[in-house]
Design a binder for this molecule. Sequence first.
Ligand code: SAM
Ligand code: SF4
Length: 341
Amino acid sequence: MSVHPAPSAAPFTNEPLLDTFGRVADDLRLSVTDRCNFRCTYCMPAEGLKWLPKDEILSFEELARLLRLFVRLGVRSVKVTGGEPTVRADLPSLVAMLREAAPGVDMSMTTNGVLLDRLARPLADSGLDRVTVSLDSLLRHRFEEMTRRDALDRVLAGIRAAEDAGLVPIKINCVVIGGTNEDEVVEFARWSREHGHAVRFIEYMPLDAEHAWERAKVVPSARILEAIDAVYPLVADGPDHEPATSYRFADGSAGGVGVIASVTEPFCDSCNRLRITAEGQLRACLFALDESDLRTPMRSGAVDEDLEELIRSNVWAKWSGHRINHPDFVQPERSMSAIGG
Ligand code: SAM
Ligand code: SF4
């Protein structure tokens, strides 16, 4: 059986971005760089990756143009990501341009947090609404082991700076890896109660650059919830237009937890996401094997209607879901940092 859906003509109408399975894509992840100042073991090799030359990265104007177009096509929320978005030079100016292109849209950023201590305020002033900060361990030595950077204190300071700057509600992303940080999930829940930031536990996905992912290292989200619920009873929260399933604490405490169970409980049926890589490739799925180049036509004089046609075709051809749990699964060539997670 082919892993690709049959190519099909997309209907060009004023409709939102629809695929053949009736899903509407209205959430865009915009990667602003492929570079990173961390080297998380589950994402990048210690020596980093071969970075894109500068002229291959979308310019501020190109990013703003694409965002304006996607908003016209129904996108309601945009997440600035990377690589590490905060290493893009003059990020606050870019965010200001994105805000101007998409005044009414929820705009957030996923970051490792290490530069937030000095960037949180300028980013908030430029119109960023909120941040999600990745934090895989609350123990200094383990944080260093997982990110290959001794930067826990700076990330915690970054989270405080984001709070002070009003980039709230802050969400925390924690990738749980069996045999590494699984024993910290209850401590993360305690930390969430203390600080009021919801922690989302992400299952380890086969998107690491070194292709070292092992199913045995995936910690099922159900097991994480069970461990937390035994100490801090949980109550399911309503759906919040996110792949994360969210819970609040039954005793009414601040904070909360969520799980992103991409491997053990895929949510492809309700996936509303699109991604644009730093060099302008549109991907309808994290695990997509096909992408649509938007940069080349943009640089060859394409008008918005030409781009719209490319975008609609790509979305229309989105497959039903990833095949991580199928024997014919093929890991995409791009790793998480090169896609824009
Ligand atoms: N550098 C930023 C950061 O780390 O938050 C943004 C980009 S990063 C690629 C986006 C998210 O992907 C992070 O929360 C990171 O933990 C997650 N991630 C990276 N590799 C992953 C993997 N193999 N499985 C699951 N999540 C992963
Ligand atoms: Fe960098 Fe984020 Fe990948 Fe870590 S997960 S190496 S911070 S891009």
